[in-house]
Ligand binder design. Structure first.
Ligand code: SF4
Length: 185
């Protein structure tokens, strides 16, 4: 299996989710959000194809990373590949964030036709959902560009059966650190 990426894996990011993270920039997106910051990632034939086993090996050799972040582009257009990557990353103790232009509710609908979308949710810690809307752009937002986008705590959401957001207050980092320790230590 292969995955089409816009760039090689980018380690040591501190702006793509909690902690120090490695970002996987997937190639391909058709949401066409006006003023998208990564238009070069839209073309489904752009970027380069990578063997999924090579990506997994690269992930297993990462040092001092709290987790991986699936970004793009929109990772959900390559569901088979990102499911494999998310599953593998979680199995070696990395937490997994995923950015998508789809809404959580739309992913549930997509899951009715392809169960892999639902399966993916089991391997995500945080889903940042929704298109970027320039009119709602706010530079003070945590880990996202516009206020319509949600930081969804996927584990709690699946447990509750309704959407649970990551609380945005001064304690967020501490809260998330504690939860990461609960999950992985
Ligand atoms: S979903 Fe993301 S990559 Fe796709 S157009 Fe919107 S902002 Fe750009």
């Amino acid at each position: 299996m292969t995955i089409r990426l816009a760039a090689p894996l980018q380690s040591d990011s501190v702006v793509d989710g909690f902690g120090v993270r490695t970002v996987i920039w997937t190639q391909g997106c058709s949401h066409n959000c006006p003023f998208c910051q990564n238009p070069q990632t839209h073309d489904f034939n752009g970027g380069c194809e990578f063997d999924i086993e090579e990506i997994k090996e690269e992930i297993s050799n990462l040092k001092n990373q709290d987790g991986i972040t699936l970004s793009g582009g929109d990772p959900l257009y390559q569901i088979d590949a990102i499911l494999e990557i998310a599953k593998f990353s979680q199995s070696i103790g990395l937490n997994v964030w995923c950015y998508t232009g789809f809404l959580y509710e739309e992913i549930l609908e997509m899951g009715k036709k392809n169960h892999k979308y639902l399966e993916l949710l089991n391997y995500l810690d945080v889903l940042v959902d929704g298109k970027f809307i320039n009119e709602l752009k706010d530079l003070n937002l945590l880990f996202r560009g516009s206020s319509n986008q949600r930081l969804i705590d996927v584990k709690k959401t699946l447990k509750n059966g309704s959407i649970v957001l990551i609380p945005e207050n001064d304690g967020i980092i501490e809260n998330f650190k504690n939860r990461t320790e609960e999950l992985y230590i």
